[in-house]
Design a protein around this ligand. Structure first.
Ligand code: NAP
Length: 293
């Protein structure tokens, strides 16, 4: 199986390349230089915002499956750079869809969307009506709609607040910021009134592999099952690593002058993925142990 992973320098992209490379022929596509530390994946530098570049890469690889993780993934950045965000989160999908139509319509297109396409009132199942609260969510929803209307074989995956190991060449995560701050004895303020169902990245990789193996089409929510706030996650990190949790101050979201609106009750339910994919995410405590120990 030839699998093309876009966003391969990113957090999920790097994890997916590591997870899939032993059993599949993995082609990694990233913007600019390769930052993946693995030698046994073939790397393509490709800015997905450019139609011709995408078509040329697809011609060379001829994949059976595309896992499209590339995105402008930070809601604040999307608001600050809306044109670039549209190029990355919307035009790139249009380019991939065009290239697939041209090359081979049997290619299975898997797109990592986001819980941010949904509004407040979570945790939500797959039947919830999308109602993004911010521009990032709007662009991710547009990506979903483009795939749904593409006439191609597609699967949309929605993860939530991913966490997991980081290594050299990878961006850091919220939980690593918590760890580093506490280790440095630095007090931090963390939001306690936004509820999520955080996803251990290794579980997301397993869920995507099941989707590939089962050729499962449609929409799947993939996340953890526990509903927790960023504050509760930060405290769990402190307890696991025996750091001083009194340095973590719980604050409400309205304490921060945040330009981007976020759901108070977000998160997803995963009954469909459990039943149809055999998806069994680990508990937060175990995911954190895998992340840090
Ligand atoms: N992280 C989460 O908690 C979360 C939650 C729900 C959904 N998601 C979705 O899951 C996916 C993966 O998230 P992530 O956290 O792994 O994101 P990430 O770490 O920000 O990685 C995204 C990657 O996309 C690449 N990229 C940006 N513009 C590109 C372009 N024009 N052409 C090619 N590549 C481009 C980036 O390249 P550079 O590294 O060079 O900038 C980056 O490596 C995204 O679609 C995101 O929307 C993430």
């Amino acid at each position: 199986m030839e699998i093309l992973i876009t966003g391969a320098n990113g957090f999920l992209g790097q994890h997916l390349c590591r997870f899939l490379k032993d059993d599949h022929n993995v082609f990694a596509a990233g913007k600019g230089e390769k930052r993946l530390p693995f030698e046994d994946v073939k790397y393509f530098s490709c800015d997905l915002a450019y139609t011709v570049a995408v078509e040329e890469m697809m011609e060379q690889i001829q994949p059976d499956v595309i896992v499209h993780t590339a995105a402008m993934s930070k809601p604040d950045e999307c608001l600050q750079q809306p044109d670039r965000c549209r190029q990355v989160n919307i035009d790139a999908i249009s380019n991939l869809v065009k290239a697939v139509h041209k090359l081979d319509e049997k290619i299975h297109c898997i797109y990592t969307s986001s819980d941010f396409v949904l509004g407040d009132g979570g945790p939500h199942d797959e039947n919830a009506i999308p109602a993004p609260l911010n521009f990032y969510g709007e662009t991710k929803l547009k990506g979903e709609q483009m795939l749904i209307n593409s006439g191609l074989h597609y699967t949309i995956v929605r993860p939530v607040f991913m966490y997991g190991e980081v290594w050299n060449g990878m961006r850091s995560t919220f939980l690593h910021w918590v760890k580093d701050s506490l280790e440095a004895g630095k007090p931090i303020k963390v939001v306690s009134d936004q509820m999520r169902t955080p996803s251990y990245v290794g579980d997301i990789c397993k869920g995507i592999e099941s989707i590939i193996n089962k050729k499962a089409m449609g929409l799947y929510h993939l996340s953890g099952e526990e509903v927790v706030s960023p504050y509760q996650m930060a405290v769990a990190v402190a307890e696991l690593l025996k750091l001083d949790k009194t340095l973590i101050e719980p604050v409400t979201a309205d304490t921060f002058p945040e330009p981007v609106k976020r759901a108070k009750h977000g998160g997803l339910t995963i009954g469909k993925a459990k039943q149809e994919l055999g998806f069994t995410p680990m508990r937060l405590e175990e995911g954190l142990s895998r992340t840090f120990l």
